[in-house]
Design a protein around this ligand. Structure first.
Ligand SMILES: C[S@@+](CC[C@H](N)C(=O)[O-])C[C@H]1O[C@@H](n2cnc3c(N)ncnc32)[C@H](O)[C@@H]1O
Length: 248
C-alpha cells in the first residue's frame, strides 16, 4: 500500500456528514435511478441503494474504487444488486445510461481546477441526465478568498486501542482561486505513532458568478440554489451552495 493510498482508509472517518437524506429524497422524486460522480468509498451511494435507488458511481481513482468495492461487498445482495461502480473520469465519460438524478456531492467538483475541464465535465454530465431529470451538486461558498494559510489538527478513535490524528496544512493562491491542502494521518497506539500516511490535493474555490456562468455556457438552467442541504435559503453568509439544474 502506498503512503498516499493508505490515507484513503481514513477518508470516511473524518468525512462523516449528513447529506444522505437530501440526495435520497431527490432520487425518489426523480425516478429512483441515480449517478454519483466521484463516488469515493461509496459511503453515500450505499445509503441510496439501501433505500431502493439504483445507484451508479464513477470515480477516476482506483484506490477509492477498491475501498468502495470492499464496502459494497459487505451489503446484502438486494443492496449490492442496485450498485454499479465504474472507473471513469468526470471530465470525459460515456455510460450508455441516463439517470433521473446525477449528483456530485461533497464539494467534489472543486477537484477540477481548469475552467475548460470544468466545462467538459458539465457537458458530459448533461448527456447523462434523463429527460425531466436533474443535476445536483454542492460546493463550498467562500465569500471572500484571502491568502491566509494555516495548520489544523483533528483526532478520531479508530478502535478501542488506536487513535488517528490528522494534521493538515492549507494555503491559498487567491489569484488562481486554488487552495492546496496537505494531510498527514498518524495512527497512534499507546502514545506512539505506528503508521503514517500522507494525502494532499488542490481544490478550486468557485464563486457564485463563476458557477452561474459555467452552467449557462454548458447549457444548464438553474432550478434551485440553496444555502445548505436542508434547503435553507442561500445568503452571503452561507457556507455552501447547493444547486439543482437541468439541461436547458
Ligand atoms: C471528496 S471525495 C467524495 C467521495 C464521495 N462522493 C463522498 O461523498 O463520500 C471526491 C472523490 O472524487 C473523485 N474524483 C476527483 N476528481 C475526479 C474526476 N476527474 N473524475 C472522477 N472522479 C474524481 C476522487 O477520487 C474522490 O473519490
Amino acid at each position: 500500500m502506498s503512503y498516499r493510498e493508505g490515507a484513503k482508509k481514513f477518508y470516511d472517518l473524518f468525512g462523516a456528514k449528513d447529506d444522505a437524506p437530501f440526495y435520497i429524497e431527490l432520487a425518489h422524486v426523480y425516478g429512483d435511478k441515480a449517478l454519483e460522480l466521484g463516488v469515493g468509498t461509496a459511503r453515500l451511494a450505499i445509503q441510496l441503494a439501501r433505500e431502493g435507488v439504483e445507484t451508479w458511481g464513477i470515480d477516476n481513482s482506483p484506490h477509492m474504487l477498491r475501498a468502495a468495492e470492499r464496502n459494497v461487498a459487505e451489503e446484502p445482495p438486494e443492496v449490492r444488486g442496485l450498485l454499479h461502480l465504474e472507473q471513469a473520469d468526470v471530465r470525459d465519460f460515456q455510460l450508455d445510461e441516463t439517470f433521473g438524478l446525477v449528483y456530485f456531492p461533497s464539494f467534489s467538483f472543486d477537484h477540477i481546477l481548469d475552467r475548460g475541464e470544468q466545462l467538459e465535465a458539465l457537458k458530459a454530465i448533461k448527456g447523462h441526465v434523463a429527460p425531466g431529470g436533474v443535476y445536483a451538486f454542492e460546493l463550498a461558498h467562500v465569500p471572500e478568498l484571502t491568502a491566509e494559510g494555516g495548520w489544523f489538527v483533528q483526532r478520531k478513535p479508530l478502535d478501542e486501542s488506536r487513535l488517528v490524528v490528522r494534521t493538515g496544512y492549507h494555503s491559498t493562491d487567491v489569484e488562481r482561486r486554488i487552495i492546496s491542502v496537505s494531510l498527514w494521518y498518524d495512527v497512534v497506539e499507546e502514545g506512539r505513532i505506528v503508521e503514517r500516511y500522507y494525502d494532499g490535493s488542490d481544490v478550486y474555490v468557485h464563486s457564485v458568478e463563476g458557477v452561474r456562468s459555467l452552467l449557462d455556457e454548458a447549457g444548464f438552467e438553474t432550478l434551485e440554489w440553496y444555502g445548505d442541504l436542508r434547503k435553507g435559503v442561500f445568503t452571503e453568509e452561507s457556507e455552501m451552495m447547493v444547486v439543482l439544474a437541468r439541461p436547458a
